[in-house]
Design a protein around this ligand. Structure first.
Ligand code: UD1
Length: 370
């Protein structure tokens, strides 16, 4: 019997799993390809990594690398070396990467170095901030990819402005695979009522996530941000699950003590989704969270100067309030603002199916419609 084509998926950091899972699961269901899941070990703590495999339709990784933390070049470089070795052993027909983390770029670069085609899930996003690692990662990954799966018109426009697709590339607007994962889990998540674990009531708290490097780079910014969140917590409880880097910085600056903020460890996927769904508002510097709040129709305030997801502002519930922490104190007065609550096209729970169609077309497993 002829060998089925082999698809190798590379994941490494927390946001990768929700994006890859629907594509992996749909390809598995159809059974026309063999699949391998490779984890680089960029995120390695149980709460940043292992918990997600029990909640999502992903197998335990077939290959686990242990690249761990390091400077961006060091981390990306070690992932590149290890992934090249793995690809030479596995000999895949296609490598799938997602998002914009260091493991994404390493996976794409390692694949093209050994002449394997790359599929990029969530291609075409740009914040036009060339000092951010995510911007290098996604931009270079797009230029290395053969199949670019996008989630919004803006992404296609960004790619077109950079001359993509070139002759040997293909761009497919398939929608948002992370929203497939959200829709598959939302009922179970709501049933958890995770806000009760924090002693807060539905619609009567603000959920916060902050972990970007920029918050720690500018002197005093972290302190001022915490102060503003403390002020906010005197009118609305603030629940703040801490990324390990954020916890480390807060501890180093003695900012965890004497605060009314309800701090927590990073949370499993469904618990975090439950907290988002029931929040009065979310304050974040994440790129993915405003997509989720858009579908949940929860007001979201992005504590950055730019967003790489303008569709969440144009159609969804996201407001970009800038990096200045003073803006946090105005959040209560912004809660009742009229905002659009449309769901972007193709954020409908079927992006994984369309992505699987595109992958199968690329591997010529199905007839290409004339
Ligand atoms: C990475 C992504 C970012 C994504 C985020 C989600 C890049 C460039 N950035 O950032 O886009 O939004 O993941 O979480 O890839 N750490 C732990 N335990 C872990 C993982 C990390 O303690 O399991 C610590 C590391 O030691 C390091 C810090 O967190 O000090 C940063 O980790 P790193 O993987 O470099 O990047 P993130 O900030 O997580």
């Amino acid at each position: 019997m002829a060998r089925r084509p082999l698809v190798a998926h590379v994941v490494g950091a927390r946001p990768n799993y929700m994006k890859v899972a629907p594509v992996y699961a749909e390809l598995e269901r159809r059974g026309r390809v063999e699949q391998r899941l490779i984890h680089t070990g960029q995120h390695y703590d149980v709460i940043m990594k292992d918990v997600f495999f029990s909640e999502l339709p992903l197998p335990r990784p077939h290959v686990e690398l242990h690249i761990g933390s390091g400077s961006p070049g060091d981390q990306t470089g070690r992932a590149l070396i290890e992934l090249e070795r793995v690809f030479l052993e596995l000999d895949p027909d296609l490598v799938v990467v997602a998002g914009d983390v260091n493991s994404t770029l390493a996976g794409a670069l390692a694949a093209v170095k050994v002449a394997v085609a790359v599929c990029h899930i969530e291609a075409g996003l740009r914040s036009f901030e060339w000092d951010l690692p995510e911007e290098h990662n996604r931009r270079i990954t797009d230029h290395l990819s053969t199949l670019l799966l996008t989630h919004s018109d803006e992404a296609n426009e960004n790619l077109a402005a950079e001359g993509i697709p070139s002759e040997d590339q293909q761009v497919d607007l398939v929608g948002n695979t992370m929203i497939d994962t959200l829709l598959a889990n939302i009922d179970a998540a709501r049933a958890l009522e995770a806000c009760r674990d924090f002693g807060v009531e539905r619609q009567h708290y603000v959920l916060v996530t902050l972990h970007r490097q920029r918050l720690f780079a500018e002197p005093g910014l972290l302190q001022r941000t915490l102060h503003a969140l403390d002020v906010l917590s005197s009118s609305l409880p603030v629940v703040f699950p801490l990324h390990p880097r954020t916890r480390g910085a807060l501890e180093a600056n003695g900012l965890l003590a004497d605060s009314e903020i309800l701090f927590a460890d990073p949370l499993p996927y469904r618990q975090f989704l439950s907290l988002q769904a029931d929040a009065a508002a979310v304050i974040t510097d994440s790129g993915g969270v405003p997509e989720e709040t858009t579908v949940l129709r929860v007001p979201c305030f992005t504590l950055r100067d730019h967003t790489d997801r303008p569709v969440t502002v144009r159609l969804g519930t996201n407001t970009v309030i800038g990096q200045d922490p003073a803006a946090i104190e105005s959040v209560p007065s912004l809660l009742n603002l009229q905002r659009s609550t449309q769901i972007p096209p193709f954020w409908d729970g079927r992006a994984g199916e369309r992505a699987a169609d595109a992958v199968e077309r690329l591997l010529t497993l199905v007839e290409v419609p004339a």
